[in-house]
Every structure is written in C-alpha cells, then in structure tokens.
Design a protein around this ligand. Sequence first.
Ligand SMILES: Nc1ncnc2c1ncn2[C@@H]1O[C@H](COP(=O)(O)OP(=O)(O)OP(=O)(O)O)[C@@H](O)[C@H]1O
Ligand SMILES: [Mg+2]
Length: 500
Amino acid sequence: MSEWFEGSKKGLEKIARRRGLSYVLFELIQNAWDTGAREVSVVFVPVDGRPLVDMIVTDDDADGFKDLAHSWTLFAESERKGDPEKRGRFNLGEKLVLAVCESAEITSTKGCVRFDDEGRHVGRKRTESGTVFEGRVRMTRVELDAVLAAAKELIAPPGVKTTIDGKRLTERAPLKVFEASLQTEIANTEGFLTARTRKTNVRVFSALTRMDPETGARRAFGFLYEMGIPVCPTGDQWDVEIMQKVPVNLERNAVSETYLRTVRVLCLNELFDQLKPEDAATPAVQDALTDERIKPEAVNVVLTHQYGEKRAVIDPSDPEANHRLVTEGYTLIPGSAFSKPAWENIRSSGAAKPSGQIMPTPKPYSTDPNAPNRKLLPESEWTDGMKNIASYVEQIAKKLIKLHVTVTIDKGLIGAGWAACYGSGELTFNLASVGYDFFEHGPDARVNALLIHELAHEAEGNHLDEKFYKALQRLGAGMTELALSEPELFRNHGHKSHKS
Ligand SMILES: Nc1ncnc2c1ncn2[C@@H]1O[C@H](COP(=O)(O)OP(=O)(O)OP(=O)(O)O)[C@@H](O)[C@H]1O
Ligand SMILES: [Mg+2]
C-alpha cells in the first residue's frame, strides 16, 4: 500500500526542541535501558568553535537493533509496548533525536545507518554486540550545561552501569521500596495500548533540590519517574519512581490527577512514620488526605505534625468547650483548614474530635431525644419560701434586665452539678442540688449570687466569654444600686439585715 504520510524533519525537530534537549538525551538513554544492556555510556564532545555537540550513546546489549528501519520509521509497531517493564511504546523517541541532529550514525549488530545532508545510507559496518548512536546536535554550550545537569537527575536502573562523560550516575538509596497495584498500559493482541492495573514496585527517594517554579526558591522539589526517567514535576518531598509503564501522554511529561493522587496516597500510607513535621502541609500530603484510601494512622500523624498532640476541632455548638481547651493548651482547628473529603477522613479516623466531644460543657438538659424529660415541681406543691423567691426573682429581673422572667423548680433530673439554669426568660432551680432550705431564708447572699450568675446568662451562655463577666459586673453593680434605692423590694421578700 502506498504511504499516506510524509514527514518533515524540520517540523519534527521543532516538536523535539519544544520539550528541550535534555529530553532528547533521555529518549536515547531510555532506549538503551530498554535493552538487556549492563553498561550504557553517554559522551558529549563539543565541536571546536561551533555551537555543535557530538552526542555518543553506547550500550552493550548482545542483540542490538532487531530492525534498523525502526530507527527511521515513525510510529512503527514498537516491540516494547507489550512489555510493561520497558519504557518504549510510541516508536517515536529515536526519530525525535534524529530530528535535532545535523548528521547521525547508528551502528548495531545487524548493520549501520548514516543520516546526513544527502539522506539516509544503510551500510554493512556492524558491531560485535551492542549499539552505538552518534549524533551531531545543534546545541550551545549553555544548552549543553543544562543537558548535563538534567542527566544527573536520571535514576540508573540497579545493575546497569550508566556513565555520563565517564562519570557513573550516582546510585540513590531509596527511602522505601514497596509493591503496589497501579494503572499501566500494555498493548493488546491488535497492538492497541490499553489501560491495565498491575502490581509493580514503587521506589521512593528524598526529592532532589530543585527550583520551585512558583516561588523561584530552591528546595526539595519532587518529580515522578518512570523507570529512571523523569516524567513530570510534583513539587512533593519525594522523588517517586514507578517501575512499570506510567500512563503518560505522547509528550511523556504528564499524568492524570487521579494517577498522581493514587501515587501520593500510596507513598503517604507507606512513609507516614518518616514524615517530617514541615512536610505535613505539602500538596502531596494534603492531596492524599482527601483520598478515602488513606490509612487512619497516616491521618493521625499528619494532624499531629500540623496541630500537635493536643488538638480539637472548633465546635460552634459548644463555644465554652473551645475556650476551656485553649486554656488547657490545645490547638483549635478551624473548619476552613480542610476540604470536605479531608474532614471525612479526619472524622472517620478519629484523628481530631470537636471540642464539645473532648470536654463537653455540661448542659442542664440533655438534647438527646432518649433522655428523660425534665420533671417540674408543680406550683401547687411549692412551699411559701419557693413562692417568695419566685416573686423576688421576677421583680429583680424586671429591674435589672428589663425582662419578664418566670421561675420553675425541677425535681432533679437536670444534671447533678447544676444549682440552676437560665434560658429564654426562664430560670429553673434544681431542687436536688439547692435543697428545700435554699428557699427559706429570703434573698440571702446564696440566692443573690445564684441570681446574678443566672441572669448574666441572658447576655452570654459561655462562662469563659468576656461578655459573661462583664454582665456579672453590671448585674452586681445594678443590684447594689437597687438595694440602696429600693430596699423595700429586698425587705418585702424577707431579707434580714445583719445589723442588730
Ligand atoms: N539502543 C538500542 N538497542 C536496540 N534497539 C534499539 C535501541 N534504540 C532503539 N531501538 C529500537 O528502535 C525502536 C525505535 O525506538 P524509539 O525510541 O523511536 O521507539 P520506542 O522506544 O519503541 O518507543 P518510544 O517512542 O515510546 O520511545 C525501538 O522500539 C527499538 O526496537
Ligand atoms: Mg524509545
């Protein structure tokens, strides 16, 4: 069949240079690493006085090129796309490399091919074993320095001696290696790359120091790697290397958000016990926190780093508990600190509880629908003393807080520690706590102290709020004024002067 397409070398060169010359080098190295080579060497020879560099990549794979035509045939069926542990799949990389070369020669076990101004020349020269790629690339010295710096980012496969200008790529010791199921792509019988989930090793390293493109600062700034080749920046504290094909785009420089989140969750679940406090708020960790696959222990460690051991979630339903916990040295976490899915994980893991659950402010009546209803003492059963105090409370309240306050007496089902409680214009005495005798001495100091306290709750429910103590001051002063201006109000209710 006659071919539909023709290629433009210049156009392909522009596509290759768009990603940068470092990636051109990476294409050659990944092709060599995809073979059975035990040694791979890269040498750069700058051409004197010209912005040209000879790039020579040699490997010692016994087989060499199976089909030399694949070096110039764009998008032929890649023999590597059926193997998830090999990097090649598009049958494009080598052509991108050739596109940036002024001239090139590939010599392998089955022959050689030379590319120059006059075109392509297949020759008979061959190697005993392995392949030598020699290409003359238009490259300034500044560009060469950048390529050399990028080459240091590669992670050589264990057991493959890889040298750049004679220097062996330094082996990096992983912080952790673990097995995980991850999405990959494998060619099906018809040669179409299809997504598949497969078990693979994940190797995690401390991230190299790189420039954070957002801030311009140099810091540990992670990359995602596919079998030694950098794919895309993550900015995480880790460089993460996946030991099988990563589902990348044609440019090999991006993965989906879902894939990246999966990798982050896996890493945090494996490495949370090594997490540094300063790394708890990184995008990697915060992203992982939103994922339901995160381990509860990991959530706990992250929150401990961010908020300390003593931490509570701000509880709008119990402001007093919030105050009390702060005085006990707790750090309060505002609702805005995390997204909804992260809160769900925090809740289900129990990594942080609302203040009201840690130190509930006692409530006179339970809001629990199964709690017994309050049992009031019917007014028909009130003693004269009770009636007297009720009338006193009503009159004092009218003067001091300008409200009609009704009095009720509970037989003791409200919380035991409660002498009384106040809410919505109703003051309830707890008979079980104050006792019958409380009502028998008129407005004495005990009655007045309790009254001032309860009426102050008209201003503020929270005992620790400034508004509450200011209300206490106001009511104390107000009652003094009242005692001086209307002493009969007190005397009429049986107040006994202590003066003889
Ligand atoms: N050093 C090498 N030794 C042996 N064969 C090689 C070597 N380099 C390239 N090849 C062969 O040339 C083919 C084309 O390489 P190329 O990089 O263009 O495509 P690929 O590696 O298959 O896929 P990708 O575009 O994803 O890199 C490879 O599939 C492989 O068969
Ligand atoms: Mg390739």
